[in-house]
Design a protein around this ligand. Structure first.
Ligand code: HPA
Length: 277
């Protein structure tokens, strides 16, 4: 089966369980799952039930697709993602976002946890992603182009939709939530960066660094979706502070900003996305 046939099989299965036609897709980063509580859930499907869907191997739950509504907006939420560092092919990493596109989303909101490259950042701050630098050493669109998904050479001049990005910044300002804006550097991981790598990332203009989001943003642009993205800065990137970096610290900080994260979405969806074309 080619990718299109596999995607059709997946979406066919989802449609057999729910008729909801999502307009907005949200990918939740690790530790940022709390907002699901606010959604009027119509259907919840574990990834392992979805034909052809990749399942995450990192700690915690295995991931689920949630279909529902918030502020009258039909949503599809991916809670849990697969990462390149887990050994998945790039194809698998972007399979979930392609599934959401087949279900009909027009807007993709990507979230993640990231290391802060600006010494002024404090753990728990948010950073709106204005642009990215792909340092993963791979690209999900390598190989024969699948014409039915998008063009061979997608333009990336506005990979992150200007209007949505401005809406995110305005929302954070209005709510007095500490935030930054800038360039996200996508690396493969799973090692955190060395201090020398962090100096390099600062030099090339990075503001945050993480191990996800870039493949999804590329695939979403290929699919013609409008994309916006936000990082939760969970730690100063290596070498900025002297303490060692652990995954527990990253998830603990992400969990601690739960309320602000949910408040942000509540406001962003109701003021920037509801009833807007
Ligand atoms: N580096 C890369 N990925 C990350 C980090 C980091 O410091 N923090 C959370 N994800």
């Amino acid at each position: 089966m080619d990718v299109i046939e596999r995607l059709q099989e997946t979406t066919h299965y989802i449609r057999s369980l729910s008729q909801l036609k999502p307009r907005v897709g949200i990918i939740l980063g690790s530790g940022l799952g709390a907002l699901v509580k606010y959604v009027q859930i119509e259907k919840e499907i574990p990834y392992e039930d979805l034909p052809n869907f990749p399942t995450p191997s990192v700690e915690g739950h295995k991931g689920r697709l949630i279909l529902g509504e918030w502020h009258g907006i039909p949503l599809a939420i991916l809670q849990g993602r697969v990462h390149y560092y887990e050994g998945h092919k790039m194809d698998a990493v972007v399979y979930p976002i392609r599934t959401l596109a087949m279900l009909g989303i027009e807007i993709a909101i990507l979230t993640n946890s990231a290391g802060g490259l600006d010494p002024k950042m404090t753990p728990g701050d948010f950073m709106v992603i204005e642009d990215h630098i792909n340092l993963m050493g791979n690209n999900p669109l390598m190989g024969p182009n699948i014409k039915n998904l998008g063009p061979r050479f997608p333009d990336m001049t506005e990979a992150y939709d200007r209007k949505l990005t401005a809406g995110m910044i305005k929302t954070l300002k209005d709510l007095d939530i500490p935030h930054w804006q800038g360039v996200y550097c996508g690396v493969s991981g799973p090692t955190y960066e060395t201090p020398a790598e962090v100096r390099f990332l600062q030099t090339i203009g990075g503001k945050a660094v993480g191990m996800s989001t870039v493949p999804e943003a590329i695939a979403a642009n290929h699919l013609g979706l409008r994309v916006c993205a936000m990082s939760c800065v969970t730690n100063p990137a290596a070498g900025i502070h002297t303490t060692k970096l652990t995954h527990d610290e990253v998830t603990e900080i992400a969990n601690s900003v739960e309320k602000q994260f949910c408040d942000f979405f509540d406001r962003f969806l109701s003021t920037e996305l509801a009833d807007k074309p």
